[in-house]
Design a protein around this ligand. Sequence first.
Ligand code: SF4
Length: 256
Amino acid sequence: MIEAEGGEIPFDLPRVTGAQRERAAALLKALRQRYPDARCALRYTAPHELLVATILSAQTTDIGVNKATPALFARFPKPADYARATAAEIEPYVRSLGFFRNKARAVQAAMSEVATIHGGETPRRMDDLLALRGVARKTANVVLGNAFGINVGVVVDTHVERLSKRMGLAPAKSTVAAIERRLMALFPRESWTDLSHLLIAHGRAVCKARGALCAEDEICRRFCSNAKAMRRAGSPKRAKPAKNTARRNAPVGRKA
Ligand code: SF4
């Protein structure tokens, strides 16, 4: 158990060495220098709007969500407005997003519970957020970290998952839940929200799902053995990184 701002972490974190933490801290510093403006890409003006936007962002891009939400937020300014509406009345505002019927239902259900159980205030506790219909840990972490500045976990989206494995922050076969715990163990708690944004920024700019810029990048050369391997091999500038780099990158992560 670990106590800190935001409450206890209700599970044990994996063991990491001092050297692994030091290397993680150096990576964090380098990412902060490279991406000083990294932040949540979803647009919102109130915590419940971020909760809605995050529910809508499943399986779609933040850009797409940001296009849809201005009209949605104007039509439904408060959680009570969603509670009074039906999912069918929300659907036209989210029709441009995938799975829009399911998302309209999820938004209506979650906002109804915020309105009726929490008096219209978005919960600030992980357990209360997880009790809302359609809200899982990733969504709760987004809301707590970005709307309230409370670090209870690390958001592990597709970019964070990919980079964590490629850079050896977590073993290659880790589940999303295991990756989150590894990152929580490696990085200081006050950095958890930023860490996710920073890894996402590096993932979008350099370590892309396809055509990663291995070997060209300074951060990669310092922290990822793929860069060294690609340089040694004289490979093309854009390369497909090895899937399992956890063992070679073990200094950053666990003994792999
Ligand atoms: S070296 Fe390649 S795999 Fe490693 S972080 Fe950089 S782009 Fe990603």
